[in-house]
Design a binder for this molecule. Structure first.
Ligand code: MG
Length: 218
């Protein structure tokens, strides 16, 4: 089903935050640039060595809730990652067309839920900067359930919490493992975002139907 038709047929619209509504350029800058630079300075090592060390640590928890957990990184790296987020919060912003899309779906007879792996502290910061929660009927951080979206346990907990029909729910996310997890649970309408980071080229490697940006579903 093409993404426009999926949106028209949906009764519940579930939207991911980072890379779907907000520009993933912020998170990539944070984790691939700022945190390594900070870590290198604090530990008196080269940026390259810091990157190697950190990327290895990132890989080891990818897809786990820990990966998204600020407390985990504050402790593991001995860096105040939340402070770094605040220092550069002017870099947080919507993807092109995403705010117009939110305004449009907010006007429709549709339940719109934000469904994110973002830690509640980063979620609160991003909401303070962008005001995105105004456009939602519900905001769900997977940290509240103790399971990341990549896990089937997350979807069972979500179903229990907000109840949704897998036949009439449209889920939009930029992460392939997350979309696969939703598919495994039985969510029928799935759409990926192919340009989650405006600083990088469009991706063409997804097996899910894609839009460059959410506004393309209108
Ligand atoms: Mg995402």
């Amino acid at each position: 089903m093409d993404p426009k038709t999926a949106l028209q047929r949906s009764e519940t619209l579930m939207l991911d935050m980072d890379g779907t509504l907000l520009d993933l350029a912020f998170d990539n800058y944070m984790w691939r640039d700022l945190v390594p630079r900070h870590y290198a300075a604090v530990n008196d090592m080269s940026l390259e060595a810091a990157r190697d060390h950190l990327f290895e640590q990132y890989r080891s928890v990818q897809g786990d809730l820990q990966w998204y957990c600020l407390d985990h990184w504050c402790e593991a790296l001995q860096i105040d990652v939340m402070q770094l987020h605040h220092d550069v919060n002017h870099r947080i912003g919507y993807l092109p067309g995403a705010l117009d899309f939110l305004r449009a779906v907010h006007e429709q007879d549709l339940r719109v839920l934000l469904v994110t792996n973002s830690h509640p502290d980063t979620l609160a910061l991003k909401d303070a900067v962008t005001g995105l929660s105004d456009y939602f009927d519900g905001v769900i951080s997977s940290h509240n359930y103790g399971h990341a979206k990549e896990s089937q346990s997350f979807w069972h907990a979500l179903k229990e919490d907000v109840d949704f029909d897998v036949e009439t729910t449209l889920f939009v996310d930029d992460s392939q493992p997350v979309l696969q997890s939703a598919a495994d649970y039985g969510v029928k309408m799935l759409v990926t975002v192919t340009r989650p980071d405006t600083g990088r080229p469009t991706r063409e490697d997804s097996e899910f139907r894609g839009v460059e940006g959410v506004a393309d579903m209108l």
